[in-house]
Design a protein around this ligand. Structure first.
Ligand SMILES: Nc1nc2c(ncn2[C@@H]2O[C@H](COP(=O)(O)OP(=O)(O)O)[C@@H](O)[C@H]2O)c(=O)[nH]1
Ligand SMILES: [Mg+2]
Length: 311
């Protein structure tokens, strides 16, 4: 059977292989994605963001169990730029999420940092499409909410959940960084700690241009508050559909994916065969034989020819 067909049939080994090839940016894998794409758009993509240790993995684990009880299938993508595959946090994630490993209704994949900032968000979205195509009802992307790449990805999901814990937060700082703004649902985890109510009041009184965003108190290790998180995600999804915003969000996502693929293709073409030319033009610029904009136009001309010739 063709790889695309096997992915569509939910074959886990085929999906795992495809994801590895996508991570390495193989043209072959992109062709398969092309075949899968018409079968995407059914999954609801949820981003879960928060500083290291706030309980993202624990909450996702609990939410996943709730979704499974409701008969839904789940795909999980864990992005953690602070720890590569061998790192502590991810190892912890693996052990914790191993409970789902024998469940064919759950697919878990960790992504390590590879390439520049944009690369990771782009790779995660491609993998989300694969999980969508294989039939997962919900795709959850776990990401540390610190770098620009992570803020980018929360803007790229259908629903964005931000986890905070009491007593850690300088909410003003988060507001300035645009992190609070991107969230659709706030979760205060470890809420038995002092300061949970103060934090709740702060979040609830925050000025907002759009809809009032729910604030949910959880104690994820005890599965407390999980059902409410799930309910609020469903509710947000319904709001997005009835207001037409789901389509608008997905349109913005399409623009982002399109632009980063264009940029990626240009960068690849330059790296594949034009490094010498770049060096030569740099010399010419220094010697005033040309200027940067003129040299850039020359490179672009060659990139264009290169891409046109590519198979
Ligand atoms: N007391 C308490 N501990 C929690 C809660 N949720 C998570 N933890 C613990 O906090 C630590 C970090 O959790 P983890 O889910 O790995 O955080 P992540 O880095 O955000 O994914 C682990 O030791 C969890 O057991 C909670 O609601 N209450
Ligand atoms: Mg984690």
């Amino acid at each position: 059977m063709e790889i695309a067909e096997r992915v569509l049939a939910g074959n886990i080994r085929a999906v795992a292989r495809l994801m590895t090839e996508l991570e390495c940016n193989r043209p072959y894998a992109l062709k398969i994605l092309h075949e899968l794409y018409p079968h995407t758009g059914k999954a609801h993509i949820v981003g879960v963001t928060g500083a290291p240790g706030v309980g993202k993995s624990t909450l996702i684990d609990s939410v996943t169990r709730s979704l499974r009880r409701r008969g839904m299938t789940v795909g999980i993508l864990a992005i953690d730029p602070t720890s590569p595959f061998t790192g502590g946090a991810l190892l912890g994630d693996r052990v914790r999420m191993e409970k789902h490993n024998t469940d064919p209704g759950v697919f878990i994949r960790s992504l390590a940092t590879r390439g520049g900032t944009g690369g990771l968000s782009r790779a995660a979205l491609r993998m989300a499409h694969v999980l969508d195509a294989m039939g997962k009802d919900m795709v959850i992307i776990e990401t540390v909410g610190i770098g620009q790449a992570e803020i980018d990805i929360t803007k790229m999901t259908d629903t964005s959940v931000l986890i905070l814990v009491p007593g850690m937060g300088d909410t003003i700082q988060l507001m300035k960084a645009g992190i609070l703004e991107a969230a659709d649902i706030f979760v205060i985890n470890k809420s038995s700690r002092d300061g949970a109510e103060t934090l709740r009041a702060e979040l609830e009184n925050m000025p907002t241009s759009g809809r009032q965003r729910p604030v949910i108190l959880t104690e994820s290790v005890l599965n407390q508050g999980t059902e409410e998180v799930v309910e609020q995600v469903f509710r947000h999804k319904q709001d997005l559909i009835s207001s037409g915003e789901l389509r608008e969000r997905r349109r913005k996502r399409a623009v982002y994916e399109l632009m980063s693929d264009v940029e990626g293709a240009v960068r690849n073409a330059i790296e594949a065969g034009m490094k010498g030319e770049v060096e030569r033009l740099a010399e010419d610029i220094i010697e005033k034989k040309t200027d940067p904009s003129t040299a850039a136009a020359e490179i672009l001309e060659n990139v264009f020819n290169h891409i046109r010739r590519a198979p």
